[in-house]
Ligand binder design. Structure first.
Ligand code: ZN
Length: 265
């Protein structure tokens, strides 16, 4: 049976406006910030090694399933085909970038996934480049950008996706181990099940964030990262604020699709 798909238009600010808003917001949390509109770098090259060279075309956000399908015990029938997801967001040929769980049936164990799938060519275009160095505030890089958008755009939902590098420093990352055999009924039990690590730059992050929930039970920010030195997982925050350096490339999405939203219990 096809999963239920809910869809909403997002507010799409111009790239220039997005630059100005993020510049102001990030300045409150980082010592050095430079946000500008640039030609998208070739993301097929090192260190990104993505399946597509650009982020452009018709940027859309898909929020599929959710934590209620993992907790308190996993619903192991909840496996999604990325080709079906691409059809669900009305882009049957798409470059899919983001953060999800891997199919335990495909890889043999429960695992973090950094989906990076390309099914058809798209043209390179302009993107927003974000450079932030030396974190001075408490907010993590992604939350700072998301909350900045929420504050500036208010009721108008703005969704952003793309990639960023942690060029220097370390980050707190979790990975999911094997499915828990006992129910995970609290945040404490969940955090005892997850495995947390301090991982080292350079980390290549795949990130999506929405300024606020539109009543879809959205995961309003989600970032996974990988590296070429064997580390990767779900990004929480950098643990080296004095030395951290971020370089990101982002675009605002035109639509958000909520696919197979878990029913509230
Ligand atoms: Zn995750």
């Amino acid at each position: 049976m096809a999963a239920r798909v809910e869809k909403s238009l997002l507010h799409v600010p111009s790239l220039q406006e997005l630059c100005e808003v993020l510049q102001e917001g990030l300045k409150k949390n980082f010592a050095e910030v430079q946000v500008s509109v640039v030609d998208c770098p070739d993301l097929a090259q090192e260190p990104y090694t993505f399946a597509a060279s650009g982020l452009c075309g018709k940027p859309r956000i898909a929020d599929v399933g959710g934590v209620p399908y993992l907790l308190p015990l996993p619903q192991t029938d909840k496996i999604y085909n990325l080709n079906t997801i691409a059809e669900g967001v009305e882009l049957p040929s798409a470059f899919i970038l983001g953060a999800s769980a891997a199919s335990f049936k495909a890889v043999g164990v429960n695992a973090e996934l950094m989906p990076n799938i390309f099914t058809k060519g798209n043209g390179k275009d302009e993107v927003v480049e974000v450079r932030s160095c030396r974190r001075t505030g408490q907010n993590n890089f992604v939350s700072c950008m998301r909350e900045t958008l929420e504050k500036h755009f208010g009721d108008k939902p703005v969704g952003v996706g793309g990639t960023f590098l942690i060029q220097k420093g370390k980050a707190k990352i979790h990975i999911m181990p094997e499915f828990s055999s006992c129910p995970l009924n609290s945040d404490e039990e969940l955090n005892n099940w997850l495995k947390f690590f301090d991982m080292s730059a350079p980390l290549i992050c795949q990130s999506v964030f929405v300024s606020h929930d539109l009543g879809f039970d959205l995961r309003v920010e989600h970032t996974h990262c990988f590296s070429h030195h064997g580390e990767g997982g779900h990004f929480h925050y950098d643990t080296t604020p004095d030395t951290v350096e971020y370089l990101g490339y982002f675009l605002p999405a035109d639509y958000i699709y909520r696919i197979d939203r878990p029913k509230k219990i």
